[in-house]
Design a protein around this ligand. Structure first.
Ligand code: FE
Ligand code: FE
Ligand code: ZN
Length: 294
């Protein structure tokens, strides 16, 4: 019996459309990918071509892809102090989620937001209000809150803050978390020497069932630096051993893993094959099989 292959991929450019991203993913050995739903700096989104979306869905089904992890624009701040920015964030979120329904059942990852001096409590209140407005029954996309480094007034550095947001949202079944290894490391969590402890803490505060995706990035800086500078896998402070442990950890076996390392496509292809080799080498006999991971 073959163990379930990892859903592993990287961030791809949307320039050629959906199917082109699927083909690029295949060409580098990826079985999932991430993409910006609109210009990462903001602005309006391109209309979805339904044929292009269908072709990607067919390609994904034919090649055993895991769920995609779309990424909201960086300018989306659900707890901005400026009415125009807050209005943009809420409109863009609603619009992106409507367009995500052309690729049903995937993930949409967002940075919770920066409270810009309003305080954490007010920030969390605004984020919850925005999510409650956007998350409607019947929608097939799961919205993921990304773990942040806590730079400036960023909300979401601690698992406690993410738990408080989730707590306030009504449609909890539409919500999850995307753990970014560089962000949690720069934010102070020891994913290098204490991965199991970090996962235990996540489980205690949020629930491991809500850990739905990973961003795999090494870090240019020391733990707790609050810097957020991604490094290639194995070339930073987190190091290769930690990534071997991550990709072979049975608690993470069902979770799509996305690279956001400073790389071109050839570099991503090399990282993907490296991580697949590490996963196979360290494969635990008790690791779940495809049929059992849901
Ligand atoms: Fe992100
Ligand atoms: Fe990330
Ligand atoms: Zn980052």
């Amino acid at each position: 019996m073959m163990a379930c292959p990892l859903a592993l991929g990287c961030h791809l450019s949307t320039t050629g459309g959906y199917r082109a991203m699927g083909e690029t993913a295949l060409s580098i050995g990826a079985t999932t990918f991430a993409f910006f739903t609109r210009n990462p700096r903001g602005g309006t989104a391109k209309a979805v071509d339904p044929d292009d979306a269908r072709e990607l869905r067919e390609l994904m089904a034919a090649n055993g892809f895991g769920r995609l992890v779309a990424h909201a624009p960086y300018t989306m701040n659900l707890c901005s102090a400026k009415p125009a920015a807050l209005d943009f964030a809420r409109r863009a979120l609603a619009d992106d989620l409507a367009r995500m329904e052309s690729l049903p059942g995937n993930f949409y990852n967002l940075h919770p937001g920066s409270h810009v001096g309003q305080g954490t409590d007010e920030g969390i209140r605004l984020i919850v209000e925005g999510l409650n407005e956007a998350l409607v029954k019947g929608q097939s996309t799961t919205v993921l809150l990304e773990t942040m480094v806590g730079k400036g007034s960023e909300i979401g550095r601690s698992f406690e803050e993410l738990a408080r947001i989730i707590d306030g949202v009504r449609e909890k079944q539409l919500l999850g978390v995307c753990l970014d290894t560089c962000h949690v490391w720069d934010g102070g969590y020891d994913v290098r020497d204490g991965l199991d402890g970090v996962l235990d803490e996540f489980d205690r505060l949020i629930g491991l069932g809500l850990l739905r995706a990973l961003h795999l990035n090494d870090s240019k800086h020391a733990r707790g630096s609050r810097k957020d500078r991604h490094e290639r896998i194995g070339q930073g402070a987190i190091g290769l051993g930690a990534f071997a442990a991550l990709v072979s950890n049975q608690r993470l076996a069902a979770v799509p893993m996305i690279l956001e390392t400073p790389n071109d496509l050839a570099g991503y292809a090399a990282e993907i094959s490296l991580l697949r080799r590490l996963a196979e080498d360290r494969m635990d006999v008790s690791r779940p099989f495809c049929g059992e991971v849901g």
